[in-house]
Structure formats: structure tokens, C-alpha cells
Design a protein around this ligand. Structure first.
Ligand SMILES: *[C@@H]1O[C@H](CO)[C@@H](O)[C@H](O)[C@H]1NC(C)=O
Ligand SMILES: *[C@@H]1O[C@H](CO)[C@@H](O)[C@H](O)[C@H]1NC(C)=O
Ligand SMILES: *[C@@H]1O[C@H](CO)[C@@H](O)[C@H](O)[C@H]1NC(C)=O
Ligand SMILES: CC(=O)N[C@H]1CO[C@H](CO)[C@@H](O)[C@@H]1O
Length: 344
């Protein structure tokens, strides 16, 4: 007689992401460029990196995909500027997305080609006024320069005299969002904490949401994902160790509260009642994913409103590649999140 055959075992999870060849090529190229420009002695070869870092100029006169952009100096004594992206939208209240680019605190800028494209997409799709912050870079400027710069942009916006003629009349300062990817999401978190602590100093600006795209956190411990996925696409242990050394104060280890955000050295956030609602994105092939999940768990444990969205097939920084379908799914998720936060 016939015995029923046992059900086939479930297929093992794929060991590498399926990516368009174009993405693979760009990812390899950008990794090579980053590795060439970051020197073993802890400095960045800026001249060399500039050759690979394609920049997009602002377009203050002729809209591109319905979005104008222009540069504004926030503080000339430290070359702090923002690039402003304004969509043509006549809704009564237009949110403001303060965006921090990635690059491990050390690389890239507000005018880097991929980030300009992403900011333009956010401006059009949400819609929102997007301000991309040109924060100072490490190792020339270490922690907390980047957090200072981010926070000072919020302060700048709070003064009405600074924004007249700069932002359209329907810009709604009471609906600010902090957003960023990788190191930019780390920055957005720490700026949010600082805002909550000093909120009473602000007259107009309110932070109502935090969009945390694959945040760059870490610690001395090597997590399971870091070990299993090393060296990953874009992110590897060697690279992240280098970046933390360049960013953290001299002599600090990775359990510093800026990196190990949910560890014992973390800033206490349980008493921050107005910590903004947070949306965390994670990719299944991102070696940083365990740190990102811990961040989510820690926010939740501290009573914050937080949502986690994971794309199993995605690598670090995937959303910068518009040819990947998840990158437009992410845009829709952010759009939904923003409109939910706007209703409150
Ligand atoms: C690091 O190396 C570069 C190139 O070899 C050199 O120009 C620079 O002075 C070095 N910097 C430090 C701080 O050692
Ligand atoms: C600002 O940028 C200019 C041009 O890149 C540079 O020459 C100058 O030293 C910078 N100033 C500061 C304070 O960093
Ligand atoms: C770093 O974070 C992990 C949990 O995320 C924690 O177990 C560890 O104690 C932390 N280390 C320090 C020194 O904060
Ligand atoms: C580091 C860098 O390239 N920053 C740029 C940000 O955008 C402003 C305005 O275009 C430029 O002046 C900065 O050089």
C-alpha cells in the first residue's frame, strides 16, 4: 500500500537578495568608491570622493516633476545650509519634512544626486516641503556637530522672520516631520529627543512624526545579523567600525549612547511625552537589522507610538534605487504615515 509522502520541507530562505543588475552594479561601485575614499588612518579623501559624488544643482526657476528647489544658508559661520524642495500644491496645510541624508555621518551631501532625487520624490508624493540638511561631516566634525546642525535647522525655522519669503504661505510649521536614512535616521532620532527636551523654547515648530529608514545604530556587541550577513551590500562590519570611529568622540567605544541607542548609555526617553510617532523601515538583507529592531522594541517599551515595516528581500539603502519596486512601496507607506499624523 501507498503511504502518503511527507510534505516537502519549506524552501530555505534565499541567501542573497534578488536585485536588478543595474542596482547590483551601482551598489558595487558606490561601495568601492566609499572604500577608496575612507583612509585607514581615519580621514576621508574628500578630493577623491568628490569625483564619484555626482551632484545635482538646485532648480529654482523651472520645476522638475512639479518641484522647485533652492538653497538657503542657515549659518554661514559653519557653512550650514539646507536645500528646500517645494511642490506645487495648494492644500491649506503643507507638512514640512526635515530630511537627513545617509553616508555614515562622513560621506555624501544635500546635493548628492540620489538624495536630490529622493527628496524631490518625497516633496511630490507626500506632498510636503522637504528641507535637506547639509550637516557637517565626520571626522572633521565629530559627534555632536551633526545633531547640533539638525537641531539648529529646527530653531531657524521657528523664527518667523527667517521663513517669510522662504516657505510658501501654506507651509505648516506645526506639522514638522524628521526623516532620514541610515546615519540620517540616527540623526533624526537624536534631534527628535533634543526637540522634546527643549520644546518650551519653540513658538511655532512642532515635530509630529519621525520617519526612520534603516537607521544606523550599533554597539560593541556583534549581532546575529551582522555576523551572518557580513560583508553585506553597502554595509559591512569593517565599514561601520570605521564610521563609528570617525564619528564618536575620541576614545569612546560603540556602546556610546549615540550608537547603542537602546543600551545602558542611552538617553532616557520614557518621560518625553511628546516624542513623535515613529515609522521604522528594515530590510531583511541589511546587517544592521537587529539594531533597528531593538530600536523599535525600545521605543515601544518606552510607550512611544511606533510602527515597523520590514521588506525581507531588501538591502541597506535600497530605497535610493527607483528601479526597485519596494522603493515606491516605501514612498506610499511614508505618505500614509504622514497623512495619519496630519489628522491628529
Ligand atoms: C592620513 O593619510 C593621508 C594620506 O596618506 C595624509 O595626507 C593625512 O595627513 C593623514 N592624516 C592623519 C591625521 O594621519
Ligand atoms: C565654507 O566653505 C568654503 C568653501 O568650501 C570653505 O572655503 C570654508 O573654509 C568653509 N568655512 C567653514 C567655516 O567651514
Ligand atoms: C548595547 O545594547 C544592547 C541591547 O541593545 C545591550 O544589551 C548592551 O548592554 C548595550 N551596551 C551598553 C554599554 O549600553
Ligand atoms: C557637502 C556639500 O556638497 N554640500 C552642499 C549642499 O548644498 C549647498 C548648496 O548647493 C552647497 O553649497 C554645498 O556645497
Amino acid at each position: 500500500m501507498d503511504f502518503p509522502s511527507p510534505p516537502p520541507p519549506p524552501p530555505p530562505p534565499p541567501s542573497s537578495p534578488s536585485l536588478p543588475w543595474k542596482t547590483r552594479l551601482l551598489v558595487s561601485l558606490s561601495s568601492v568608491c566609499g572604500d577608496l575614499a575612507t583612509r585607514p588612518n581615519g580621514t576621508v579623501n574628500r578630493r577623491l570622493f568628490r569625483l564619484f559624488d555626482f551632484k545635482s544643482p538646485p532648480n529654482p526657476v523651472k520645476p522638475i516633476h512639479g518641484v522647485l528647489s533652492f538653497d538657503v544658508i542657515v549659518d554661514s559661520s559653519r557653512n550650514l545650509s539646507v536645500r528646500v524642495f517645494t511642490p506645487s500644491s495648494d492644500v491649506a496645510s503643507l507638512p514640512i519634512l526635515i530630511f537627513f541624508h545617509g553616508g555614515g555621518f562622513a560621506l555624501l551631501s544635500n546635493s548628492s544626486f540620489s538624495y536630490v532625487a529622493v527628496c524631490r520624490r518625497f516633496a511630490r508624493r507626500l506632498p510636503a516641503i522637504v528641507l535637506s540638511v547639509d550637516y557637517r561631516l565626520s571626522p572633521e566634525h565629530r559627534f555632536p556637530s551633526q545633531y547640533d546642525d539638525g537641531f539648529d535647522v529646527l530653531r531657524f525655522l521657528d523664527h518667523e522672520s527667517n521663513t517669510i519669503g522662504l516657505l510658501p504661505p501654506n507651509a505648516d510649521l506645526s506639522k514638522c516631520f524628521l526623516a532620514g536614512d541610515s546615519a540620517g535616521a540616527n540623526l533624526a532620532h537624536h534631534v527628535a529627543v533634543r526637540f522634546c527636551r527643549q520644546r518650551s523654547q519653540f513658538e511655532r515648530a512642532r515635530v509630529v512624526g519621525l520617519v526612520s529608514i534603516q537607521p544606523f545604530f550599533g554597539g560593541e556587541e556583534r549581532t546575529e545579523a551582522e555576523i551572518q550577513l557580513d560583508p553585506g551590500y553597502i554595509v559591512s562590519i569593517a565599514r561601520t567600525d570605521w564610521l563609528w570611529r570617525a564619528f564618536l568622540p575620541e576614545g569612546a567605544d560603540r556602546d556610546h549612547g549615540a550608537a547603542n541607542v537602546s543600551g545602558e548609555n542611552a538617553e532616557e526617553i520614557s518621560e518625553l511625552e511628546e516624542f513623535p510617532a515613529t515609522l521604522v523601515f528594515v530590510g531583511g538583507f541589511d546587517p544592521l537589522k537587529d539594531w533597528q529592531r531593538r530600536y523599535y522594541d525600545w521605543l515601544k517599551k518606552n510607550g512611544k507610538i511606533v510602527e515597523l515595516i520590514e521588506y525581507p528581500n531588501m538591502i541597506h539603502a535600497f530605497y535610493l534605487f527607483p528601479e526597485i519596486s519596494e522603493s515606491s512601496v516605501l514612498m506610499n507607506e511614508v505618505r500614509e504615515f504622514v497623512s495619519k499624523c496630519m489628522e491628529k
